[in-house]
Ligand binder design. Structure first.
Ligand code: SAH
Length: 412
């Protein structure tokens, strides 16, 4: 017969645990977490149980079980390693109409402990016909599904509202945050970018509307305004909108403008940080942006506007003089001029440079050069966006690691 699953609210109610070994050690914390008043009967206890006793969280009677111990308990756990003792405990409980769980003999047990887990306010309990491993496996799958919201998704009562600006990470779909994935799974509408990881969209339910921001109609110059309007329009229809961006939404992503626009229109907006390509692309290529004794600072620079353009607000002179690592975004088309500018303002022409294209993606590749040679190398290697340019001695750290590995490989 199938068991009848209950959620016991044990707050302030006495639970008798007979036995002080490993099973007790596993069950007592869960009973305490449910607020039970735990009374433990056992001649000896494990160190972990002893800690709980000393903290005053468990009452311990340091002796073997004796007839009459069940009196006053709402629930009994018979978890000694002696079947006879467990049987005697169960018999006393049965006679007193108290539910008793026997650890040693599932068939003889009046009640079973499900594999359980807690995610927010949801408690999961799984019984798998007396197969505890299978129950634990199913519990894990359900708990994982709840954590990343793939299980309940958009039909939850706790569905978020408004707009969430979600950083999708640098490209590898595994590098979005857990929170980002959760919100994505709950979205009614996803407004996405060219650089946001595509694979994440494949997981969405068929009725989720996916809007490619690059394809929103109207002239090019007003595209950002149209995106802003879209976010507000959808949110006003009561839809939960995820604005999915590459990297971090606030690193050269115009996320700030979108937040301001939503705020102006009274739309609640949350921001979920993402792993920025500025750090992740170098790191995926083995280049640490800081390294003890080599670089204590790193500068993340947009090269979207050329160094010699009037509209540039970047202090290239200071970057030329600075010692730290430079991380250049959107620099592919202008690298000759940038390298020249940096050398003019103080960097030596032989400063190491690495260019990481498609960082963290399957097609990731790195080319290395110096400030003197980088433009030519990039052209010869046909480097295309998206790519990150790293300037500074940290580039050599990746080479050092490669050399160490090669040396080890050569050893007999
Ligand atoms: N918000 C994003 C940056 C947007 S600007 C972030 O935090 O990562 C776009 C630039 O980011 C590209 O021109 C390129 O320089 C860089 N970029 C984004 N993804 C990249 C990747 N996977 N590999 C290398 N560079 C990348």
């Amino acid at each position: 017969m199938a068991p009848y699953l209950l959620g016991l609210r044990l707050g302030g109610r006495r639970v008798l645990v007979v036995g002080g070994g490993r099973v007790a050690q596993r069950r007592v914390p869960a009973l305490l977490a449910a607020g039970a008043e735990v009374v433990l009967v056992a001649p000896e206890v494990t160190p972990a149980l002893d800690d709980l006793i000393r903290d005053g969280r468990v009452t311990w009677h340091a002796r073997p079980y004796a007839q009459g111990d069940c009196a006053g308990a709402w629930l009994v756990q018979a978890v000694t390693d002696d079947g006879k003792v467990n049987g005697a405990v169960a018999a006393e409980a049965e006679a007193a109409r108290i539910w008793c769980v026997r650890a040693d003999d599932a068939d003889a047990s009046a009640a079973w402990t499900p594999a359980s887990g807690q995610v927010g306010e949801t408690t999961v309990g799984v019984l798998a016909g007396g197969d505890p491993r299978r129950a634990a496996g199913i519990r894990d799958a359900v708990v994982d599904g709840l954590r990343d919201a793939t299980l309940e998704g958009r039909h939850s009562r706790h569905k978020p509202v408004g707009v969430a600006l979600v950083g999708g990470g640098p490209g590898d779909p595994g590098l979005i945050t857990v929170r980002g994935r959760q919100l994505l799974a709950q979205a009614d509408v996803v407004v996405t970018d060219r650089l946001a990881p595509r694979e994440l969209l494949d997981e969405l339910a068929a009725d989720v509307e996916v809007v490619d921001a690059a394809k929103i109609p109207y002239g090019r110059t007003v595209t950002q305004d149209r995106i802003n309007d879209y976010l507000v329009e959808y949110a006003r229809q009561g839809k939960f909108v995820v604005r999915l961006k590459g990297g971090d939404p606030f690193v050269f992503g115009r996320g700030g403008e979108e937040v301001i626009h939503c705020a102006r229109h009274g739309i609640p907006v949350t921001v979920v940080p993402g792993i920025t390509s500025a750090v992740a692309a170098p790191s995926a290529a083995g280049i640490p942006v800081t390294h003890r004794g080599v670089a204590q600072d790193f500068h993340v620079v947009s090269a979207h506007i050329a160094p010699d353009a009037a509209a540039s607000t970047v202090d290239w002179q200071a970057l030329g003089r600075a010692q730290g690592t430079l991380v250049l975004l959107m620099a592919v088309e202008r690298m000759a001029l940038i390298a020249e500018t940096l050398v003019r303002y103080g960097r030596t022409p032989d400063t190491p440079v690495a260019v990481v294209q498609d960082g963290t993606l399957p097609g990731q590749r790195t080319v290395t050069a110096t400030l003197a040679t980088v433009a030519g190398v990039m052209e010869a290697e046909a480097i295309r966006p998206p790519a990150i340019v790293v300037v500074g001695d940290v580039v050599a750290v990746a080479r050092e690691v490669d050399m160490i590995r090669a040396d080890l490989g050569r050893d007999p």
